[in-house]
Design a protein around this ligand. Structure first.
Ligand code: CS2
Length: 499
């Protein structure tokens, strides 16, 4: 008898056009623990691992861990971890059931179970997509040591809440047991993401050691600093949030329910620094680019894709466009994005073989994909955590090079304007930001624009101590005045872009 939902039992009754895992799932052994099993992971790393498993690399099954909510586990456990990946481009939808995720755990419910899989000697790689804000960086870039979850994890080593707490405790237990450390593979949109996490985790471990009164070899900080590999990686795939209409459509196609299918685009890229002392799947055979230095790829992706994504999101929201494709079809926004790319490209590493012309041409196609309906409000979330690496860094480098970051700074102004517009011209919690409470308090003070922008820079930790800071503040303030007086049309017209 077939069940009414997707599961190992119903897999073989799916219509032929649906691709199903081409391997025996019962033979798969867990080798990777993934922290943050959201839609992005399920469209990206889990799909690459699925290909490896299909090619017979059975030692790399994924154990998924949610650090916060039980939603994904509740949706997928009754489905034996299976879900549909719907790869969509205008007019075409390819459906593929992914089988690489085995068990799924919810950290707040059972931190012991999470520590058990992390200390299992079969676990050789820990991957992370926990979003920018979960790295708990303070305004200056170091660890936010005052964050309540960090304070908690330092006081409760065996019951952690944060990725830092879990990784440090697991690495300490592995060392005590004589188990080699796992490799930590950060897959979030942070600059030098592996090195960044390495630095933050070492900082956390130093505080942990200090609290325990141990030093040097006796502590875990030294071990993490010198014995654990943190390769950087650049990940890329656009993954809009699943809607109820998507669920209904996929159920219709499959003939059974799938509680949480994932929508994505055909494009997929993963560039990984090849530093895996404990071994890794032969990813290079499945489209992953293994390199010595991810830096140039990361910079190009963060500054060109993510930077323009944020621009499209905030200008799109302020112009009444609900999705990326609609905003990008707006000639003024499109012209702005071209100018933004032209401003950011000179900040990218030279002689690194980057083909920015093909890259931006491909981005333009991806942003025009009408089948994705990628919501501008989705990208607008957490701007304070995203803009530093997407926009602020390039704007400062522009100034250093004697150029004028007049387009980059409009993105910062559009972020501030969109935050302020919530509860007025945009719905109250249309998108959210970890700084929402202090930002709202700031907006209530009705400060002169430049003073307000300076206060936002202080809050978000944009450009601490940089000599170009005042120039940025002045540009942002001018744009903000235009945005408030005449919306994106006036701000863009001031840059010579007419609607
Ligand atoms: C987006 C990214 O939501 C966002 O901030 O810019 O999630 C983007 O879609 C991915 O990085 C694409 O790889």
């Amino acid at each position: 008898m077939t069940s009414s939902h997707l599961s190992d039992a119903s897999l073989h009754s799916l219509p032929e056009r649906v691709t199903i895992p081409g391997y025996d799932r019962s033979k798969v052994v867990p080798g990777i623990v993934h922290l943050g099993v959201g839609a992005f992971h399920r469209a990206h790393q889990a799909a690459y691992v699925d290909d490896c498993l299909a090619a017979g690399e059975t030692g790399w099954g994924i154990t998924g861990v949610s650090l916060r909510s039980a939603d994904t586990r509740d949706a997928l456990t009754p489905q034996d971890g299976l879900y549909t990946l719907a790869i969509r481009s205008s007019g075409i939808e390819k459906l593929q059931v992914i089988g690489s995720i085995g068990a799924m755990l919810v950290a707040p419910e059972d931190p012991d179970a999470v520590l058990a899989v992390l200390t299992d000697p079969r676990t050789r790689i820990v991957t992370l997509t926990i979003t920018e804000k979960a790295y708990l960086r303070a305004a200056g870039g170091g660890l936010d040591t005052a964050h309540p979850d960090i304070v908690h994890d330092l006081a409760n080593r065996e019951m952690p809440r944060t990725a830092h707490g879990f990784l440090a405790e697991a690495l300490a237990r592995r060392r005590a047991a004589g188990t080699p450390p796992f490799t930590v593979l950060c897959c979030d949109n942070l600059p030098a993401n592996g090195a960044t996490l390495h630095r933050l985790l070492t900082e956390f471990a130093e505080l942990r050691d200090a609290r325990l009164g141990v030093k040097g070899d006796a502590g875990i900080a030294d071990h993490i600093a010198h014995q654990v590999a943190f390769p950087s990686s650049m990940v890329d795939r656009i993954v809009p949030a699943t809607t109820d209409a998507d669920r209904a459509r996929i159920a219709e196609e499959l003939g059974v329910e799938d509680a949480w299918p994932v929508m994505t685009e055909p494009f997929c890229q993963w560039v990984v620094e090849d530093n895996f002392p404990g071994g890794r799947p032969a990813w290079e055979d499945f489209g992953v680019t293994m390199v010595g230095d991810v830096g140039p790829f990361e910079d190009m992706k963060l500054r060109l894709l993510n930077g323009s994504h944020s621009a499209i999101a905030y200008l799109g929201l302020l112009s009444g466009h609900a999705t990326v494709d609609r905003a990008f079809a707006d000639p003024a926004i499109r012209a702005f994005v071209d100018a933004l790319w032209a401003e950011a490209i000179p900040t990218l590493p030279k002689n690194a073989g980057l083909d920015t012309a093909s890259y931006t041409a491909e981005l333009a196609e991806r942003f025009s994909n009408t089948a994705l309906a990628h919501r501008t409000a989705q990208i607008a979330n957490d701007g304070s955590q995203k803009l530093p690496q997407r926009i602020v860094a390039s704007a400062l480098e522009c100034i250093e090079a004697g150029a004028v970051p007049e387009h980059l700074t409009l993105v910062i102004a559009a972020w501030i304007a969109a935050c302020e517009a919530r509860g007025k011209t945009l719905p109250e919690r249309h998108f959210t930001d970890p700084l929402d409470v202090p930002l709202a308090a700031l907006f209530e003070r009705s400060l002169p624009t430049e003073e307000m922008v300076t206060a936002v820079f202080d809050l978000a930790g944009f450009t601490k101590d940089h000599t170009g800071r005042q120039t940025l503040v002045e540009f942002v303030a001018t744009h903000l005045v235009h945005l408030k007086q005449g919306g994106p049309a006036l701000a863009l017209a001031a840059l010579g872009i007419r609607s």
